[in-house]
Write a protein of this length. Structure first.
Length: 197
């Protein structure tokens, strides 16, 4: 399969790429590094990327910038980091990518446990996650040609210990768990699902 990984140089993307490259033809996308450099907050850059890469079988997104910081500093400007990044960036990967994906292909977006279990300093991410999950459920009933869409929703991941203090009492999602959550979405039959650890 030809699989696009958006966010391929991040913690999650790097791990997924290292496991999937043994079995599939990967296209690595990131804001810096990778095979293609794409700013997912720009629909024009997304369109240009898809025109260059051509048809594909699956797209995995582990990308989505949000604002992390205290509520007292959360303004319209900060909030739009998550709206334009994690929310619209991922939504546009689907809205534009649906013109290029092969029949019976799949999209897998990233959300997180913050949707249902908010933590201090992460209001922006919680809101963006919720919007993406709503989009996934709605898109699943309208995408054509057997195209599927799901979201993977881990809690804090084991390879990001810098975030552990923000998630008191949470058992981290292991990298193996994360890998198989994405495998379930890409290679399974389900659509419109929020896959949790």
């Amino acid at each position: 399969m030809k699989i696009i990984i958006v966010g391929a140089t991040g913690t999650m993307g790097t791990h997924l790429a290292s496991t999937l490259e043994k079995e599939h033809d990967l296209v690595r996308v990131a804001s810096q590094g990778g095979d293609f450099q794409v700013d997912i907050t720009s629909p024009k850059e997304i369109e240009k990327f898809f025109e260059a890469v051509g048809s594909f079988d699956a797209l995995i997104s582990t990308a989505g910038p949000t604002y992390v910081g205290p509520w007292s500093k959360l303004t319209d400007k900060e909030f739009r980091q998550g709206v334009e990044g994690k929310m619209m960036g991922q939504i546009n990967l689907v809205l534009i990518g649906q013109k290029y994906i092969n029949p019976k292909g799949s999209f897998t977006l990233i959300t997180g446990a913050l949707t249902e279990e908010p933590q201090i300093n992460f209001a922006n991410a919680s809101a963006a996650n919720g919007a993406v999950e709503g989009f996934v459920r709605a898109a699943a009933i309208e995408l054509q040609n057997g195209i599927r869409i799901n979201a993977v929703s881990p809690t804090v991941i084991e390879n990001s210990p810098q975030y552990f203090p923000y998630f008191p009492g949470e058992i981290p999602t292991t990298m193996k768990q994360l890998e198989f959550m994405f495998r379930k979405s890409v290679f399974g039959a389900g659509t419109g699902h929020i896959i949790k650890s």
